[in-house]
Structures are given as C-alpha cells and as structure tokens.
Write a protein that binds this ligand. Sequence first.
Ligand SMILES: [Zn+2]
Length: 149
Amino acid sequence: MKRPKKADISQSTIASNQVVEDKTARIERLRKILLEKRAEILKEAKEEIKKFHSGENKQLVETVLDDGDLSVVDLAEDISLRQLSFHRETLMKIDTALQKLREETYGFCEECGEEISERRLSIMPFAIYCRDCQEHKETVAKIEQYNAD
Ligand SMILES: [Zn+2]
C-alpha cells in the first residue's frame, strides 16, 4: 500500500495549523460514521437473534450485546445463522477500520494515496479506493473481460 501523500503545509504556520485541524476534524467525523454503523449493525444482529432464539440462550446473548462487546458475537458463534455471520463480518470490518483510523491509515485510496471523500465513506465505509480509481479499475476489468471473450 502506498503511503498517503503529505499535505502541503509549507506555505505558512496558519496554513499548517489549518491542515492539522482539518485532519483531526475529518478523523472525528469518520470515527462517528463508523461508530454509528457499528451501533446499527449491533442492533440488527440483536434483532436477528431475538427472532430465532428464546429462553436462556437469548438472555445470555442479549446481555452481552448490550455491552456492545464483539466477543458477544463470538459467543453466538455456534448459532449458525447466515445473517448473523454477515453482521459479524461487518462488525469485524468496522473494528479493523477503527483500528486503521487510529493509525491514521483509514480513508486513503490504496491506489493513488489520496483521501477518499467522506461522502463516499459514509455510504461505503469499507471503500479502499477513491471513486476515480474504482472507476478506472472497473473500466480496466471490463476491457479485460471483453478481450477475454
Ligand atoms: Zn485513488
């Protein structure tokens, strides 16, 4: 993966402060998007479990889900629901994204290193390419497929 390009902060001190603030604000906004998505998924997973389970098991799973702990979902591993494993995967992706966010590697295009727009990330939190690179890749894939036919 290419390193994200460094913003040009050479112009003046004011400009450099501005860049730092923008970066921090962006990270905070992205964190919010991810945490909201996480809460949404947890709620959905909880409802899925409710639908299929009752009694002690349900009680146990609900207690852990209320804590918002990912290990809950580990606990529910034996419950082989396709829907649940989908939620679980998404939760793991969100946690990976949050980890990347802490390391300041989240939200950058893996192709060109540019920032991926917040609008794009709010719709596709796990996007790893910016729109331009994604489109480029899709075009190349289409051409390759066309040539293969
Ligand atoms: Zn890109």
